[in-house]
Design a binder for this molecule. Structure first.
Ligand SMILES: Nc1ncnc2c1ncn2[C@@H]1O[C@H](COP(=O)(O)OP(=O)(O)OP(=O)(O)O)[C@@H](O)[C@H]1O
Length: 658
């Protein structure tokens, strides 16, 4: 069946075509529909207007002292009365708005500019840098805000500039902690790994992917901290450590009024009221923003898509194998050569070995599928081959990996990025999280195309259009302007594939590429991958649990158990006549493996061994029907050897032939 016929056989859902409105207008609308947002935003805007045009509105000279008019109550001539020096309080409040709000803005800016980079650095580098930064922040947090601010002003001296520094320093820990937490969650998203796989530098990943995704949370935090910064600054002003006379600032005015609080209470009332309402305004606005950006407040809205997602994940496997995929012709040069690879997780108790001596090769134009139960080490192996294993987490204790003839292990970071970009493409399990939701598809494709190349904007655009055509997305010019949420699951996976193909990789890594899709779309995506592989001759390394998918799609299979490949060879050889008892059990437990309709699926008795607690000898021995306490199985780990055209690690493999 041709690709076109395959596509026609299973029509994919059309994607939503609603254009994305301007994000600023959307945000404004979402703030205004909330009563607290509407009130908060209106008040904040009024305050900001006051800060800008307040001095121009002042009816009287706010600095002129008039000892004949001291401590006058509110009247038509002095709406808010006069202070102890006979100055007009209303005019001083209007003029003081700029200094007061300026301190708030300045303080939050100082805290933001220092706290956010520190938080991102801690999340990015982890290890000792994170530990040192976070402990320092814990120490700062252990002091009450005002005490800390007082200490800073006492050291630097009392003036407006130092108040800004003091209240800013006080808020650094909150920004740093929040930035670290939200960055960690963004860094766990597959599209970050995709970007890293394209060779993007840390700075680029942070600017392009992390910052846009954490900006909502940081905006909310800035608004909330603005209120507390204002109050801290006013506290300093109240103590006489803020803006120095004769310049008015609401906190200082409040402080000056304390001697007259009983006899002339209006002196404290008006600056206090303006301060309290400003803090309330920023808090209301911050709260409205939190409602918008906090995912827990949108749980109800998400419930349906989540249910659909779970349903898709648990949907039945693909239909039974109709026949094994024909091996595509291609040159025999190995694109991947892995020899004696041992990988171990670094844990508190030392190294925990999860991949134990793997040898494999994949030639151009061929697909190798790695299958095995959950926890057998498939993903860890795939990530190490793709140079994506985090060295702080995974130790390569022995062995070599070469991609396209180039050694892939032990390289400096820049060389690893370059190798990945030139030779490796990655398709993730969940296309929805493999795409950055805040960037258009065109921007994400362009990033992949531009990585390491010097193409001009027009050439990049043409290449993006060609890539979308390659993955059979119609009307690519229009689709480039759309956002991921405007596409269906299958279309998103096509876009992820297009991104993976942007640098013409020699090797495509696919970790459960279709398990988040429903059955009909799975079929289309696999057909698409096969077609692209035929055209480009790339090697594909596929990790999956689905043996039917392996039978339809792969050329070779490697069965993994407890970190070792126990049987590997051509699909027709291994799946038609498995020799290892574990392969036999996997084959028997696959849907459509021989039982009639309504028959329960067979499961493999026993549990896979826990990492680090392997039995002596063959790791499959406790579950093996063939072992039956035979001494040979307990004596040593069976070496891999060639039996009937495949590698198999079982001392009694020949018994399956008879
Ligand atoms: N960070 C970690 N620290 C310690 N052990 C880990 C860590 N991550 C994974 N492991 C363990 O390593 C083993 C291999 O995990 P891996 O994800 O590679 O298995 P898998 O075969 O891909 O499983 P699945 O099919 O569920 O993805 C598992 O036993 C897992 O518990």
């Amino acid at each position: 069946m041709s690709l076109a016929q395959d596509m026609a056989a299973v029509p994919e859902r059309a994607e939503s075509t609603t254009a994305k409105p301007n994000p600023a207008w959307t945000l404004l609308r979402r703030i205004l529909v909330q009563p607290k947002g509407a009130v908060g935003l209106t008040l904040v805007v009024l305050y900001l207007v006051l800060a800008v045009i307040g001095p121009a509105l002042a009816p009287q000279d706010a600095f002129r002292q008039n000892f004949a008019q001291t401590l006058r109550p509110p009247s038509a001539a002095h709406w808010f009365g006069t202070d102890q020096l006979g100055r007009d309080v209303f005019s001083r409040i209007l003029i003081g708005a700029r200094a007061t709000l300026g301190i708030g803005v300045g303080g939050v800016t100082v805290a933001f500019l220092i706290g956010v980079p520190l938080g991102i650095l801690a999340a990015w580098r982890r290890g000792w840098i994170e530990a040192v930064l976070m402990r320092a922040i814990d120490v700062m947090l252990s002091f009450p805000d005002i005490v800390f601010a007082l200490a800073v002003v006492a050291i630097l001296g009392a003036n407006t500039q130092n108040v800004i520094i003091a209240v800013g320093v006080v808020s650094i820990p909150v920004f740093a902690r929040t930035a670290r937490a939200v960055t960690l969650s963004v860094l766990a998203e597959p599209y970050i790994e995709g970007s890293v796989a394209l060779g993007a530098s840390p700075a680029r990943v942070i600017m392009r992917h992390v910052l846009p995704n954490i900006s909502g949370t940081l905006l909310t935090l800035s608004t909330l901290l603005f209120a507390s910064t204002l109050l801290s600054a006013s506290g300093l002003g109240f103590l006489g450590l803020g803006t120095q006379p004769p310049f008015p600032e609401w906190g200082t005015m409040l402080g000056d009024s304390r001697s007259y609080i009983r006899s002339h209470p209006y002196l404290a009332t008006f600056p206090g009221l303006f301060l309290a309402v400003s803090a309330l305004a920023f808090n209301l606005l911050g709260d409205a923003l939190r409602t918008i950006y906090d995912p827990t407040s949108r749980r109800a809205a998400r419930r349906l898509p989540m249910l659909n997602f779970l349903r898709r994940r648990t949907a039945a496997s693909a239909p039974p194998a109709a026949g094994l995929a024909a091996a595509p012709a291609g040159p025999d040069a190995p694109v991947v050569a892995v020899e004696g690879l041992h990988l171990a997780f670094r844990t508190g108790e030392g190294l925990l070995e999860v991949v134990r001596g793997v040898d494999l090769t994949i030639c151009a134009g061929r697909t190798l599928a790695i299958v095995g139960e959950s926890g057998s080490g498939k993903s860890t192996l795939l990530r190490a081959i793709g140079t994506l294993a985090n060295p702080q987490e995974v130790a390569i204790t022995a062995g070599t990996v070469a991609i396209g003839g180039e050694p892939a292990l032990g390289l400096p970071a820049a060389a690893v990025r370059d190798l990945r970009r030139r030779k490796i493409g990655i398709v993730f399990q969940d296309a929805a999280s493999a795409l950055n939701p805040v960037l258009t598809v065109g921007a994400q494709l362009a990033e992949a195309v531009r990585a390491g190349s010097r193409l001009g904007p027009q050439a990049v655009r043409q290449r993006c259009i060609a890539l979308l055509r390659d993955v059979n997305i119609a009307d690519p010019e229009r689709r480039l302007e759309m956002y991921p949420h405007q596409f269906s699951g299958g279309m998103k996976q096509r876009i992820v594939i297009a991104i993976a193909l942007a640098q013409n990789p020699e090797l495509l890594l696919a970790d459960e590429p279709t398990s988040a899709l429903d059955v009909t779309i799975q079929q289309q995506i696999l057909v698409l991958l096969r077609e692209i592989q035929r055209k480009r001759g790339m090697a594909i390394l596929l990790v999956t649990h689905d043996l039917n998918l392996v039978a339809r799609f792969a050329d070779d299979v490697a069965v993994m158990y407890a970190g070792r490949l126990v049987e590997s060879g051509a699909i027709a050889t291994v799946l038609e006549q498995p020799l290892h008892p574990y392969t036999q059990a996997l084959r028997a437990s696959a849907p459509g493996a021989g039982e009639g309709r309504g028959q329960p699926l067979r499961s493999i008795p026993g549990e896979p061994p826990l990492v680090g607690q392997l039995p002596s000898g063959c790791a499959f021995r406790p579950r093996c029907p063939r072992s039956a306490n035979r001494a040979e199985c307990a004596a040593q780990e069976p070496p891999e050897r060639m039996v009937a055209s495949r590698q198999v690690a079982c001392v009694f493999a020949e018994e399956a032939l008879s």
